[in-house]
Design a protein. Structure first.
Length: 186
């Protein structure tokens, strides 16, 4: 992560408030339903289905909508002909990435990581209370959350690597053309 993920810039508004809302709402809904369902619902199956459905909706929104719009990144995983898993990454061009809203980016990264931390905390709490069956719910939700963290973190690193390669190539090209023009006779 770059420095723009450290703190939200003061005075800047969200560029995409609706996307930010949906980026947060399914995370919060899955966590809130899981935590509060014990007070209102007696059925483990209903708690499992609704919580996992909300977490799956969150996974889909983050992977396919908010990641593309808020941070300009997209990832997916394919199985090639040899049966191997291959990660694919896409990012906006560097000029477009530089123009992304810092507050949107801050919200995206912090909620992505904090959600996983919340699920880990709930897993520890379930272990302490000897509720091993609820670890299944948490395991599914944590797996979806970590999949997005891994995908977007790798995608972000790939975009930085592409930027460095582009900068190196551009610098080498300019040095080469400067040297050529210095030795060219008019």
């Amino acid at each position: 992560m770059t420095d723009d993920h450290v703190g939200a810039p003061a005075g800047e508004n969200y560029a995409h408030p609706n996307i930010c809302f949906f980026h947060v709402v399914f995370k919060a809904a899955a966590l809130a339903f899981y935590i509060l369902s014990a007070l209102f619902v007696d059925s483990f199956v209903i708690i499992f289905v609704v919580t996992v459905l909300l977490a799956a909706l969150d996974f889909w929104v983050v992977k396919n909508v908010s990641g593309r719009i808020l941070v300009g990144l997209r990832w997916w995983n394919e199985i090639n002909d040899a049966g191997e898993s291959v990660w694919k990454f896409e990012s906006l061009d560097q000029e477009s990435l530089a123009r992304l809203n810092k507050k949107d980016s801050w919200l995206f990264w912090w909620t992505l990581y904090l959600t996983a931390v919340a699920w880990i905390f709930l897993a520890i709490f379930s272990l302490i209370r000897f509720q091993a069956d609820y670890l299944l719910i948490i395991g599914v939700c944590l797996t979806l959350s970590i999949a997005n963290i891994v995908g977007f973190t790798r995608c972000h690193k790939d975009a930085k690597k592409q930027l460095q390669a582009f900068a190196t190539q551009t610098l080498a090209s300019r040095v080469s053309s400067t040297i050529q023009s210095a030795f060219t006779v008019f």
